[in-house]
Every structure is written in C-alpha cells, then in structure tokens.
Design a protein around this ligand. Structure first.
Ligand SMILES: *[C@@H]1O[C@H](CO)[C@@H](O)[C@H](O)[C@H]1NC(C)=O
Ligand SMILES: *[C@@H]1O[C@H](CO)[C@@H](O)[C@H](O)[C@H]1NC(C)=O
Ligand SMILES: *[C@@H]1O[C@H](CO)[C@@H](O)[C@H](O)[C@H]1NC(C)=O
Ligand SMILES: *[C@@H]1O[C@H](CO)[C@@H](O)[C@H](O)[C@H]1NC(C)=O
Length: 233
C-alpha cells in the first residue's frame, strides 16, 4: 500500500498482510456523505486533524466565493473551516479535507469527502470549466460525460447530435458513464416543465500513443481546430 509522505512507522502498520490499509483521515463536520444546501444560504464545513489539514473544493467559472480559515483550537488539533456565505449551483460538488503532507503533486487527493448539492431551478446543471466539454478517450475505454446536476433528484437524459436518447448509467455526482462513440452529446433535464440543456460535450476517441500525447487542454483545442468539428471554437 502506498502512503505518500507517511513515516515508515505507519507504512509498517499497513504491511502486506492487510488487504487494504486504513489511511488515517481527518474528521469533517457535518459528518455526512452528502448534504443539500439551499440556494443563497450559507454553510460551513469544519475539518480537524492531528496535523495541518487543507480543503479541496469545486472551482467553476464565475464569481462564487469560498473562504478558508484556520481556527485557533486549544485541543491540540488543527482545525480548518470552509465557509460559503451565499451558496449557488456552482458550489455543487465534492469537498475533500486532507492532510497536506500526504498529498503528492498531481496525485489524487486522499481525504474525507462530503458532497454538497445547491439546487437552483434556474441552473439545474453545475457550470463547467471550458476544458470539461472536451473529452479524450483512449480507444476502448469507458468515460464520463460530466453533466452534474445541482439537485440530487433531477432526472437527466443524454442525447447525441441527432437528438437521439443514449442510454447510460447516470450519477448526479459524476455524470453519464459509458462507452460512447465519438461525437457530440448534450444532457437534458426538466424543472417545473421547463426543459434545460447542458453545454455540449465533445468526445474524441484516440488510439494509444496519440491519446498519451494529447491529454492536455491545449492539445484538445489544437485537435479541434485541425479537425474543424468543434462548434464552439
Ligand atoms: C436567491 O437570490 C437570487 C438573487 O438575489 C433571487 O433571485 C432568488 O429568488 C433567491 N433564491 C432563494 C431560494 O432565496
Ligand atoms: C477543537 O475542535 C475539535 C474538533 O472539531 C472539537 O471537538 C473541540 O471541541 C474543539 N475545542 C475547542 C476548545 O474549541
Ligand atoms: C447571492 O448570489 C446571488 C447570485 O450569485 C446574488 O444575486 C445575490 O445578490 C447574492 N446575495 C448576497 C446576500 O450576497
Ligand atoms: C502544502 O504543503 C506544501 C509543501 O509541503 C506547501 O508548499 C503548500 O503551501 C501547502 N499547502 C497548503 C494549502 O498548506
């Protein structure tokens, strides 16, 4: 088991005889897997641990604010608060508190998670970063079309460029999961009888080597310009 940054003493504890290893995680309050917060309301997430803790949180375009501050706490614990004063759909996503010293550069953050939903009837889809719309897939692999909803109960359909419904597994925390042919896709949902469409997603299927060369946003933009089939660029 790989524990980046942990001292050998702890590595010893997770020796090969354990099928999986319990990484000591910080504590998050509220202690829940997910939470629904009302639009425009405020919320606070409190993380504590026995060394320095840090938050990772969703960052979309647009002026949505998240404040991080450390709290003086005489208990000997390190406490870091994440505060949102005016919740919007863009705050919907996964919040992870982790021990900073366990974090590898560019590695996936291992920590304690809570998923926040901020349902907004005017913004049923969580706003995306521009690069989220371009999805490079290695030939044969499954992928995620990341149209996430601000409301956990939203019903979402996936349609292709010919407006045909594509059936795939949907998780409001991730999007549609499946083996999709190359092309453009849109997610749709209905709120109070009004139909909403997500931004368009473009899936490119690449063979092995090309895939590994092209895994950056710039490469995608270049690819789009060359192949001339990206409506938005
Ligand atoms: C949230 O704030 C916006 C803008 O001020 C307002 O239009 C909307 O009605 C508010 N929604 C709720 C649920 O408070
Ligand atoms: C310090 O934080 C911990 C964890 O949240 C809490 O249990 C404890 O009551 C706090 N102590 C003080 C003095 O605020
Ligand atoms: C909360 O955010 C909404 C939309 O982002 C904005 O219209 C509103 O003025 C904000 N409310 C407060 C109290 O800051
Ligand atoms: C996390 O740790 C690294 C190096 O150990 C440091 O450069 C960085 O500022 C820390 N980040 C936070 C948010 O504390």
């Amino acid at each position: 088991c790989r524990l980046p940054g942990w001292d050998p003493g702890i590595l010893l504890l997770c020796g090969p005889w354990l099928t999986f290893c319990l990484l000591p995680l910080p504590t998050v309050l509220p202690n829940r897997d997910e939470m629904v917060v009302q639009l425009n309301a405020s919320f606070t997430l409190k993380c504590s641990g026995d060394s320095e803790v840090t938050w990772q949180y969703p960052m979309a375009e647009g002026g949505h604010r998240v404040d991080i501050r450390n709290e003086e706490n005489n208990s000997g614990l390190f406490v870091t608060l994440l505060e949102v004063g005016n919740a919007s759909a863009a705050h919907t996503g996964l919040y992870t508190c982790y021990y900073n010293h366990t974090q590898e550069e560019d590695g996936e953050v291992e920590g304690k998670d809570i998923y926040i939903y901020v349902p907004d009837p005017d913004m049923p889809f969580v706003p995306l970063l521009p690069e989220d719309q371009f999805i490079l897939v290695e030939d044969g692999d499954s992928t995620i079309i990341p149209c996430r909803t601000s409301d956990p109960n939203a019903q979402v359909a996936l349609v292709d460029s010919e407006a045909k419904v594509v059936y795939a597994f949907y998780d409001s925390k991730q999007g549609f999961l499946g083996n999709f042919p190359a092309g453009s896709y849109t997610c749709q949902t209905t709120v109070k009888e009004v139909e909403f469409k997500s931004d368009q997603f473009f899936i490119y299927i690449l063979k092995g080597t090309l895939f590994h060369q092209c895994s950056t946003y710039n490469a995608i933009v270049l690819l789009c310009k060359r192949s001339d089939n990206c409506g938005v660029l």
